[in-house]
Design a protein around this ligand. Structure first.
Ligand code: UD1
Length: 424
């Protein structure tokens, strides 16, 4: 049975909210546990559906996984299966991150093509060409990436684009390769730094984490570790946008504000008063109607594509006109069609959207197409004139632990309702 949220408009969000570990980090860290025989413990895990799904992926290759609240305990056997083609693989994008560790440890892997958000084409060409540079053959056969190597040899790898997933897979194969691998034009996201930190704790030798050049000196074996996942900057930023859009006052903890430097600067331009607390969190206070600001999505440290729906939702209720440019995922502007149901004044042209702010949105039934679009629609609903029904909320549940409970605690009025939509 479907579920939707009834979001009552007119809320002002006030209070404190804690952010837990990053979805886009924890799933890769769980995959990294495949690299070492023994028991690895990952703490500060978010309680979202993707974590048990990733646990199923790891079980399918032979691991024992126990998830207890925010702690995942993964016991990796000496003998792992190289086949990761279970049904769980198709349910999340991050499942492809078992490719690098399996190739690293077993020198071969059969990994089902991943699922995940419908936000546009997500090819694996850079993942494959990187592994080929290390000496593996890779093909796509019967819906799987098939990789095989006699030995893995360190190499110079240039990425066409700083892809997060490709950087992670090549890195996780290279840590157990012979010799030195240099990944140039590597992704610099905080989640990449997190995985480099964990791999280093496991005995890997990595230089340049957080820069465009990662140098990996291969080692023979890695050992298990205990690692705490970094706070989810995308969830943290969602709360920052929520504070600005509802003219609220939110203190957000559990996330490093430096991971959001550009985002917080943009929100200051929109009129927010922002205080940051070392590496622990920040407070956002918005008194008046926000002012429009332009946004351009780019790899980190640019403005994250995952935050683009919030940029659109904010612009829809701001004073003035904003230009929003999406450089990563062409299909992400589908979200704007849903925003237009809420009477947003927006036009798209290729990679660009022009959004003219209106005083108030008009409630309507809307459909979430991915995690962030769904959360963006909830925030827009908080700024609409009556009750906005947000459907397909399973997307939101994949990325936001206790979202409705937190919103209601902070002053929103939202109900989760079971039942099928009466869609025309
Ligand atoms: C990760 C995040 C996702 C985020 C994205 C960009 C996870 C689970 N997901 O996805 O939330 O939106 O980073 O910040 O961590 N590309 C290729 N060939 C490849 C790989 C990527 O052309 O082999 C392209 C993609 O189509 C996209 C761009 O590169 O246009 C960025 O993709 P990438 O950084 O790889 O994103 P993901 O790791 O899939």
């Amino acid at each position: 049975m479907s579920e939707h949220f009834d979001v009552h408009g007119g809320a002002r969000l006030v209070g404190e909210v804690e952010v837990v570990g990053a979805k886009n980090s924890v799933l890769k860290l769980m995959a990294a546990a495949l690299l070492a025989e023994g028991t690895t413990t990952i703490t500060n895990c978010p309680q979202i559906l993707d974590v048990p799904l990733m646990a199923d992926v790891l079980r399918s290759v032979g691991c024992e996984v126990v998830i207890d609240g925010g702690t995942a305990t993964i016991t990796t056997p000496a003998e792992l299966s190289h086949r990761a083609d279970s049904a769980a693989m198709g349910k999340l994008r991050a499942s492809v991150c078992v490719l690098g560790p399996l190739v690293g440890r077993l020198k071969k892997a059969i990994v089902a093509l991943p699922g995940g958000d419908a936000i546009g084409q997500r090819p694996l060409d850079m993942h494959q060409s990187g592994l080929r540079k290390l000496g593996a053959t890779t093909t796509i056969e019967h819906g799987c990436v098939v990789a095989d190597a006699e030995t893995l040899q360190g190499a110079q790898v240039w990425l066409d684009f700083p892809s997060v997933g490709a950087t992670e897979n090549i890195l996780m194969a290279a840590v157990l390769a012979e010799g030195t691998t240099v990944i140039d034009n590597a992704a610099r996201e905080p989640e990449i730094v997190d995985i480099c930190t964990m791999l280093t704790e496991m005995g890997a030798k990595i230089e340049g984490a957080g820069t465009s050049t990662l140098t990996v000196h291969g080692v023979e074996t890695l050992h298990p570790t205990e690692h705490r996942v970094i706070g989810d900057r995308i969830v943290g930023a969602t709360w920052a946008f929520a504070a600005v859009m509802t003219r609220g006052d939110l203190t957000v903890t559990g996330v490093n504000p430096h991971h959001l430097d550009l985002v917080l600067e943009k929100l200051r331009h929109a009129g927010a008063e922002i205080t940051t607390f070392d590496e622990k969190g920040f407070r956002v206070v918005q008194h008046d109607r926000p002012k429009s600001v332009d946004f351009v999505t780019l790899p980190y440290p640019g403005f994250a594509t995952d935050l683009q729906p919030f940029a659109v939702a904010l612009s829809a209720v701001s004073e003035g006109t904003a230009m929003i440019t999406e450089n990563l995922y062409e299909a992400r502007f589908r979200f704007i069609e849903e925003m237009m149901r809420l009477s947003a004044d927006a036009r798209t042209d290729g990679h660009h959207a022009v959004v003219r702010g209106v005083e108030q949105l008009s409630s309507a039934p809307v459909w979430a197409s991915d995690i962030r679009a769904g959360a963006g629609l909830v925030l827009a609903g908080l700024c609409a004139d009556s009750v906005t029904e947000v459907w397909d909320v399973f997307h939101i549940d994949r990325g936001y632990p206790h979202f409705v409970e937190n919103l209601n605690r902070l002053g929103a009025q939202i109900q989760r309702v079971a039942g099928d939509p009466d869609r025309a």
